[in-house]
Write a protein that binds this ligand. Sequence first.
Ligand SMILES: C[S@@+](CC[C@H](N)C(=O)[O-])C[C@H]1O[C@@H](n2cnc3c(N)ncnc32)[C@H](O)[C@@H]1O
Length: 318
Amino acid sequence: MIPKESVPSLRAMAATMAQQAPISADLLTMLTDDLENDGPAARMLADHPDAAAPLYYLRALAGVRLLILTGRAPELEAHLAGVVSHRGDPAYAEHTRDLFRRTLFSHPDEIRSAMDRPIQQHQPGRAGYLLRGLGMLAAPKVRLLEIGACAGLNLILDHYRWCGPDWEWGAPSSAVRLATSGPHPGDIEIVHRAGCDIAPRDAADPDDAAILRSFLPVELEADRLELDNAIELAAFLRVRVDKADAVEWLRAELSRPAEADTYTVVWHSLFWLYLDPGDRSAIEGIMAAAARHMRLARICYEPHAWGAVPQLQVIAYS
Ligand SMILES: C[S@@+](CC[C@H](N)C(=O)[O-])C[C@H]1O[C@@H](n2cnc3c(N)ncnc32)[C@H](O)[C@@H]1O
């Protein structure tokens, strides 16, 4: 069963997406209306062990997008080539809904596989908040640990070129050039980096790369180029992302001491709300215990509720 309680969070997400990705927001609204009315999509998607997972319906949107990206929905793909020029056109939106429904219902196996995958909207620009947080810590040497790291695109932030208001930071000749704000972060050396994810994506694997692309709304073409460059870089660097749940992984990582001159930084973004309250407090307990014997900080970029604007938080334990 898909609980009706998920309706407000889906509507909040659709409202947040509406400005930048109006057609994707409209499709999410259509699915949410269907859920409220026990419509055909709800009946198709309800029988799944993750049906009560947060924002479960977003997986269906990514599933259809993956069909487009892999050439299995040519009519919808050709139609969506006009998504920018038809912004605000109600007839275009109606036709999109129609083609989307037809694609969804004609690929039940592929959509079923999509419903098995967690939401993995993963963008390298988010690491700009990590960089800002690292700058606030003013720690020259960092051991960086990320929970919910997906393909590790945030873990390789020092391999990107960051362009601030009057400064640049990072790898000078990087193909990934990203705008950011705030003061110059200072000198930071990442001496160790690792992440975990319940479903890590290997940037070097074309199927995994397509899954990452499928979570980006069709309207965000510029972000897509950024994502492609970051995926290519991550495939080359082969950063370590372990297949593990955050709680036990973090407990094990923080049981290993860091060098005395190194700050251990635990980072996460757009991840916290997917955890249940027990896991959240377990992670907070693990961090508090570890802070007794190492220099430790937590940097996070998270919304307080679905659809809310994420906020950067830097917690220096020591
Ligand atoms: C929306 S993505 C965000 C990825 C990345 N943090 C970013 O900001 O680009 C959330 C990620 O958290 C992972 N995830 C969800 N629950 C998890 C858990 N209990 N332990 C580890 N990873 C988890 C998902 O698989 C997914 O890759």
